[in-house]
Design a protein around this ligand. Structure first.
Ligand code: CO
Length: 134
C-alpha cells in the first residue's frame, strides 16, 4: 500500500542554523522557509536525489512542534512520510487493521498542497507516520 518515502521531518530548535548546516556543511539543495499556520509550523524543504528532508520549527501558540522540542531540546526526527495513491482507502484499511488516525480522521492539506493524515506513533513502533496522497 505505501509507496515512496516522501520525506523525513526533523524538528529543529534553530531553523536558520539547521538550514545553513544542510546548505554549507552537507552541500544540500535547501529551500526557503514556508509558514504553515494551519499546522503550527514553519518548514524548510531540503531536496535530496531520492527523497526530501523537512525541517520543522514552531509557529504560533500551541504548536505541536513546541512540545516536541520541550522534550527534545536539541531537536530530533519528528515523523516519516510515506506516499499512498488513495488516502481515504489507506485510512479505511488502517482503521480496519486497528491503527489510530490522529485528529478528526479526515485528511488535511499538507505542506505540498496534497492531502495528508497522521497515524498514532504508539501503533507504529514509536514513530509518527504521515501519509500523503500523491
Ligand atoms: Co511531513
Amino acid at each position: 500500500m505505501i509507496g515512496r518515502l516522501n520525506h523525513v521531518a526533523i524538528a529543529v530548535p534553530d531553523l536558520e542554523a539547521a538550514a545553513a548546516q544542510y546548505r554549507t556543511m552537507l552541500g544540500a539543495n535547501v529551500g526557503a522557509p514556508q509558514d504553515e499556520p494551519g499546522h503550527g509550523v514553519t518548514v524548510i524543504f531540503i531536496e535530496l536525489p531520492n527523497t526530501k528532508i523537512e525541517l520543522l520549527y514552531p509557529l504560533g501558540e500551541g504548536s505541536p512542534i513546541q512540545g516536541f522540542l520541550d522534550k527534545n531540546p536539541s531537536g530530533g526526527i519528528h515523523h516519516v512520510c510515506y506516499e499512498v495513491d488513495d488516502i481515504l482507502a489507506a485510512r479505511d484499511h488502517l482503521k480496519t487493521e486497528g491503527a489510530r488516525v490522529l485528529g478528526d480522521g479526515e485528511p488535511k492539506i499538507g505542506a505540498h498542497g496534497k492531502p495528508v493524515l497522521f497515524l498514532h506513533p504508539k501503533d507504529f513502533q514509536g514513530t509518527l507516520v504521515e501519509l500523503e496522497q500523491v
